[in-house]
Design a protein around this ligand. Structure first.
Ligand SMILES: NC(=O)c1ccc[n+]([C@@H]2O[C@H](COP(=O)([O-])OP(=O)(O)OC[C@H]3O[C@@H](n4cnc5c(N)ncnc54)[C@H](OP(=O)(O)O)[C@@H]3O)[C@@H](O)[C@H]2O)c1
Length: 294
């Protein structure tokens, strides 16, 4: 079945950059009007401009998704401006690279607040609204490929993404009778602000993608956006953009010892990198102090 997208209305969180911004433009190209949600107004306005240039309406809502009053505000404002909505893409999220035992309780709670609780609250409220409107609809969350296999240094992030996937899968069957589709999206390494922000949060050197990520794995946000729009046209439970990674995830489930070997190597790479950085820092500090001796 092919769904008609023209004149639908979509709410997209995390729409100020990366996957959210690219999806807003891809949806506009497919004839969808968009409500753009994030914290940075200037970035949202720029995305809204590009949507309008494609001939569709865009409305900006500046909000922090972890604010407890965020969900009713976004839903009420969308209905006030557009009269209704059909699609919700809960995409706002962030990452951080740190071993679990070095992660504070506040960091654990904060990441779940933004990546998981906010997305769940939005989809729950949207599901009620769509059921009452009896027009069907489509709900999506931006999970990740790491929902299927956790990585050293990314345990917390992977946990939020696995939790998202679990919720989407259950909601898909709970809402099927109402004509509401639910899907989780599983991007692989994507060029966006994600890794710069994650590096800053983790006190690591910045880069648009991790230096050790294989180049063949790196994708553009537009690639993910096209897959999201394809899923709106032909609904499915999971959106993947890399067959190789999806196939590897299946192999890892069948043969966890393969994953163990890969992850042991990754953990030692991270330890070696951390030791090298510590050595460089101490050499720099010594260099600084020796300047004062001479
Ligand atoms: N990049 C990747 O390799 C990759 C891979 C798999 C999955 N993902 C997932 O894809 C989604 C989008 O990430 P991206 O790659 O496009 O990264 P990005 O460019 O950093 O975008 C993240 C978006 O989330 C918004 N956001 C973050 N915290 C927020 C908050 N508290 N309230 C409102 N908005 C918030 C940011 O906007 P403001 O800063 O303006 O608020 C931004 O628009 C995330 O859920 C991420 O986990 C990314």
């Amino acid at each position: 079945m092919r769904c008609i997208l023209k004149d639908k209305v979509a709410i997209i969180t995390g729409a100020s950059s990366g996957i959210g911004a690219a999806t807003a433009r891809a949806m506009a190209q497919a004839g969808i009007d968009v409500v753009l949600v994030a914290r940075r107004r200037d970035k949202l306005e720029a995305v809204a401009q590009s949507v309008r240039a494609l001939g569709r309406r865009a409305h900006v809502i500046v909000d922090d998704v972890s604010d407890s009053t965020h969900v009713p505000r976004v839903i009420d404002e969308t209905v006030r401006v557009f009269g209704h909505f059909d699609i919700v893409f809960a995409n706002a999220g962030y990452g951080m690279e740190r071993p679990m035992h070095e992660t504070s309780d506040a960091e654990v709670r904060r990441m779940f607040e933004v990546n998981f609780f906010a997305a769940v609250a939005l989809l729950r409220a949207a599901a009620h609204q769509l059921q009452n409107a009896r027009r069907g609809g489509h709900l999506l969350m931006c999970s990740s490929c790491v929902s299927k296999f956790s990585l050293p240094g990314h345990g917390l992030y992977a946990a939020t993404k696995a939790a998202q996937e679990s919720v989407c899968r259950a909601m898909r069957f709970e809402l099927a009778h109402s004509g509401i589709e639910v899907a989780s999206v599983h991007p692989v390494t994507t060029t966006s602000e994600f890794f710069e922000a994650s590096a800053a949060r983790s006190n690591l050197p910045a880069g648009d993608v991790p230096a050790h990520a294989p180049r063949w794995l790196v994708q553009s946000p537009e690639r993910v956006a096209r897959a999201v729009v394809a899923c709106l046209r032909h609904p499915k439970s999971e959106v993947w953009t890399s067959f190789t990674v999806r196939f590897s995830a299946a192999l890892f489930t069948l043969f966890p010892s393969i994953l163990d070997t890969v992850m042991r190597r990754e953990a030692s790479r991270q330890r070696a990198e951390k030791a090298a950085r510590a050595q460089l820092t101490s050499a720099a500090v010594q260099g600084e102090s020796s300047r004062y001796y001479w």
